[in-house]
Every structure is written in C-alpha cells, then in structure tokens.
Write a protein that binds this ligand. Sequence first.
Ligand code: SF4
Length: 430
Amino acid sequence: MASKRQIWVKDVPIGGGAPVAVQTMTKTETANLGATMEQIGKVAEAGADIVRVAVPRDKDVEALKTIVRDSPIPVIADIHFNHTLALKAIDAGAHCVRLNPGNIGGREKVAEVAERANAVGVPMRIGVNSGSLPKHLHELERSNPVEALVTAAVEFVEMMESLEFENFKVSIKSTNVPNTIAANRMLAEKIPYPLHLGITEAGTKWSGSLKSAVGLGTLLADGVGDTIRISLSTFHAEEEVKVAWEILKALHLRERGPVLIACPTCGRLQFDMDSVVAEIEQRLESYEDPIEVAVLGCAVNGIGEASHADFGITGAKNEGLIFAHGKPLRKVPQEQLVDTLFEEIDKSVDRGKVDVDATKAAEGAEWLAKIEEENAGELTPERIAQMEKEAAEAEGRDPITEPFLKPVKAKQVELDEEASPTAGRRFTRA
Ligand code: SF4
C-alpha cells in the first residue's frame, strides 16, 4: 500500500501513489562547490530524482545557496545535532531538510525548525536510526529492536503533529535487513506519511547492492516505501543510483533505459560471453529507450527463451545471430556480433521499427535451424525447464507452487544378501 499522504520535494512528489523516487547523497565535502556540483551532475544523469548533501558546518550552508540554485534536481540538506544549521539551510533555499528529532537538542529546537519550515513550505525527512534511539527505549531495544524502532518513529511523528507540522516523510534505518523489513512493514500500518527506505551502511557495491535489493525489494514488492536510497561504500554516488534503478526496474515499478538479460552460461557456451555482456551493458548506458536486449551463450536452444526481447544475440563457434522479437535478423562473424547488434538497435531507434532484410533473415533462420537440429538431443537448462513445465501441466500441477513430482508409493524390494551382503543395512565405520 502506498502512503496516504504525499509531500513534494520541490517538483518531486513523494508518497500518495507517486512513482518511487530515487535519491542518493553526495560524497564530497559540500563546501567544495566544484566537486559537489560535478557529482550532482553525475547522479542526475544516472537518474537520481533528488540529491542529499551533508551540511555539518557553516561553510556548507554557504555553499548550499549556490548548490540549490544550480542543481538540476531538488536538494535535501542533511543535518545532525545542530538545529541552527537546519534553520540556515532552510534560509539557504534547501528543498527539504533531513533531521533526526532525537539528536537535535530537544523539542523546542525541533519546534523552531518546524516553524521555519512551515513558513516557507519546506518539507522534512524525520528519522530514527538503530543505535541512536532515545534512552527510554533502550530496554525495549534489547528485547524487541523492531518495536523499539517503530515506537521511536511514531513518537517523533506525534511530536511533529503536536507542533502542527505534517509536511514530512519518515525513515527507519537499521543495518539489519530483517529488522528493516519488519519495522517498515509495521510503521506503514501505523502512519499515513511517506516512507523513505534504506539499509544503513549496507556495505560495498557487491554486498551492499544485494542487501539493499533483498531489504528494499521485499518492502517495495509489498507496496511499502515511497523513496529509496542505496547506501554503498563507494565514492561514486551514481553507482547507488544505478542500483536503485535496477531494483525498481526488476519490480516493474519504474522504467528507465534498456533492460539487459543474459543466460547464466554453461558448458555449451561458445564465445567469451563475460566480456561481450560487459561491453553490451556499458554501451546500452547511453540509450534512454526501455529496449530489452538478450544475450544467449549458444544457439542450441534456438531463441525461444528470449523471444520477448526487442533484440538479442546468440553465438556459435565462428558465427552468431542477431535477432529481434524472436525472429532472426542476420548471421554475422562472431567478432562483429556486438557492433552489428548496435547497428540494428540504432536503425530501429531512428526509424521507430526494426528493419528486416528478408534474404539475410532467411540465411539466419537456416543457420539457426541447422544448429538446433544438430543439437536436438541436448538436455540444456532451458530444455529441462521446458520439460519440467510440460510434465507439471500434464499432471495438473502449478509448476511454480508445486514444482515436484507427486510422490509415488515405493515398491517393496527383495534384498539379495548373497549378492550384496550389506544391502539395505546401515553400518558405521569403527
Ligand atoms: S545452453 Fe542455455 S545456459 Fe548454456 S550457454 Fe546455451 S543459452 Fe546459455
């Protein structure tokens, strides 16, 4: 369920059914205007809807004025411990202020910030982090960390409401993935405000992306979460944005740019797919259309598995095939596969349709049919999957929810102890 309330961070709606907004945070010293603006440019190009900058010093607030003016996307000022900086950030034109009411120095100070934000219509992100919960919740945190996080968040929400400030979104952050999932699910039931999702200190690009995909993906699949930030230990904030988009694209929540699908490869692979896939992925980054491109490691199965893709390639020893929407387009020498694929993609982007040369397509189809025929008996992963699907359908099973064969009654077997003295007996070695 999407949050009932919606807020706007400049021109980006958050919550209330708006598309899940992608945000990230710059890793530069905010006061270093050149470096910060360069990074904001990169994250905006990668698809960030909103960017957050740390504002720990007065010189960062000074820089914020220029950043807000020049940034192509809305800017959130990230403030901790110092409510004066929050007030100054609002005056500097920040499009949103992030603060944790628990570490800003008491209700009066939060009230001052809320009043200033209300006066100019600036929203806030209020949040709680595991590890910095109010003292009165420490005991609960030891016995039930999820409930402690949610209780703290609800208390802060009530505090903001009592200050007549309701223009906010809420975040609960934890390094623990199951706790993040459970806490956000529980919080979504209790409050109508938009939720910001993230896994704190998720880790390196590899492990952090996986943890985020599991944690945030689970919540988003349930309809919980209105804006996301992937926290990765990398200076390149645009990497966080790319991961966020992959999660949203995988869940079909948002569309942006091409989708690359590739077979996992196996012993039938007949070309250097690692480098081919990497090159295709990198070249696709410059395309904006949501083209689906498939890469198959061999032509043994034909192209049925990837017939939904807009374009694809499959290779054999010396040659490979370019296909589109399940139909062969042309066969080419293997070293020309990638360049020819992109030639075909470019032609279709320019003309708005796939260009089919009937002679070349027929040659490609013939080549493919020959390979399929030569390998008709091969039990490839795709054919095994197809056989399992057919068997399930024949038995009236759902291949997804009932993947296994129905149990059959075991036959009674007569043991021939002379032929095999240990048959049917368990024994242990001394
Ligand atoms: S059999 Fe399937 S998994 Fe193996 S290389 Fe061919 S397409 Fe890829």
